[in-house]
Write a protein that binds this ligand. Structure first.
Ligand code: GLN
Length: 378
């Protein structure tokens, strides 16, 4: 077959989760919680199914849910968005990302991404004939190197993709980053794609800097979000995007043929659940407690932790333990030691091997305790 993605295999997340299952290892690889979804939310879905809400919702999503999302955005970011024209429900944030790139990137267009970056961006750009321009995040804090971004911007630049809180590093952008990005993109045709799926999972009193907070930047941005991440329901596949009407209209042209729409009863249940802002505002404290527990439990291990300011991921360096390449190390830990993680070289354009693994701490205390016992014995 004349593959459109000759260099792409199965994602590392599917690969490592399968390996964890096959070898009966603790799975701290793929990012998903191992504790239950709120019973109230589940009751809500059941309620709406029984009440007969089982047919197609509107292509853009149920109006009640779009209303609640608009309220949430106003409360969280102080921005008013148009419920009809600016919010679109999607099959997970990944569909929003895919539809955005597919609708806006033409053959030969350049898309600037950060390096490392979430593994999905590059193949989607490639599928659309776009050219990925990676810009390395600066060491040691994984900050964005705006000088280099500025140098790479030219007439062919169609899009810049940012992601904060950042997967896999847990780094976060600050208000000043958005100010610089606004300046770089001013008077250009560049669209900003801002992947904000971990918006509420932020620690140590930090504030998430959404592009939606920035009045100028917001006019050229698509921001993507995830109820899977926020409500511990990654299998529900419900996310959404927010973009000005002229961008949303273009992205919806693709969305209507890609997923068309998403699960009706879940949308209605989520709309009700969003009425209580505690359901998302407490998420940072909830996960900070898990991060701190995990770090405390492994403090005497030979792994070295890097700062995680947001997301539910923790990077650990094993440079004092082994010379193995990270893919091999992750495989060895899974098969021989019973704990699965994500080797982060896969997120690098250069496949750079920094001897670092990503561990997901969206896990019960019991799982984190068992995981720490294994890591401390290595
Ligand atoms: N976003 C998840 C992670 O980073 C993976 C999602 C997936 O497996 N497609 O682990």
């Amino acid at each position: 077959i004349n593959s459109k993605l000759p260099n792409v295999g199965t994602t590392i997340f599917a690969t490592m989760s399968k390996m964890a299952k096959d070898y009966n290892a603790l799975n701290l690889s793929q990012g998903f919680p191992d504790f239950p979804v709120s019973p109230e939310l589940i009751e809500g879905v059941y309620h709406y199914m029984k009440a007969g809400f089982n047919q197609y919702p509107p292509m853009t999503g149920m109006p009640q849910l779009r209303e609640r999302i608009a309220e949430k955005i106003e409360k969280s970011y102080g921005t008013k968005v148009n419920v009809e024209t600016e919010i679109t429900l999607t099959a997970g944030a990944i569909e929003a990302i895919n539809a955005t790139i597919t609708s806006l990137v033409n053959k030969g267009d350049e898309v600037i991404i950060m390096d490392p970056a979430y593994d999905a961006y590059e193949p989607i750009i490639t599928l659309n004939g776009g050219i990925t321009i990676p810009v390395s995040l600066k060491q040691p804090n994984f900050a964005i190197d705006w000088e280099t971004v500025k140098e790479k911007v030219n007439a062919k630049t169609r899009m810049i993709i940012i992601n904060s809180p950042h997967n896999p590093t847990g780094a976060m952008i600050e208000a000043n980053d958005l100010a610089i990005l606004a300046e770089i993109t001013r008077d250009t045709n560049i669209i900003v794609l801002s992947d904000e799926v971990y918006e509420h999972i932020v620690f140590d009193g930090r504030a998430h800097e959404s592009v939606l907070k920035h009045e100028e930047l917001r006019q050229r941005s698509v921001a993507t979000f995830s109820f899977g991440k926020t409500f511990h329901a990654t299998g529900w596949r419900i996310g959404y995007m927010v973009a000005p009407d002229w961008i949303s209209a273009e992205v919806r042209k693709v969305h209507q043929y890609m997923a068309f729409t998403v699960h009706t009863p879940s949308q209605l249940a989520i709309a009700d659940y969003l009425e209580n802002a505690d359901h998302y505002n407490n998420l940072g404290a909830f996960y900070q407690q898990k991060r701190d527990l995990f770090l405390d439990l492994i403090k005497d291990s030979r792994f070295e932790s890097l700062p995680s300011h947001g997301t539910y991921f923790q990077l650990l360096s094993y440079k004092n333990i082994s010379e193995k390449p990270d893919l091999e190390m992750a495989e060895w830990l899974t098969k021989e030691k019973g704990i699965a993680s994500i080797p982060i070289s896969v997120f690098y354009d250069t496949k750079e091997d920094n001897k670092m693994l990503r561990f997901c701490f969206a896990k019960s205390e019991e799982t984190l305790t068992k995981a720490a016992e294994i890591l401390c014995a290595i």
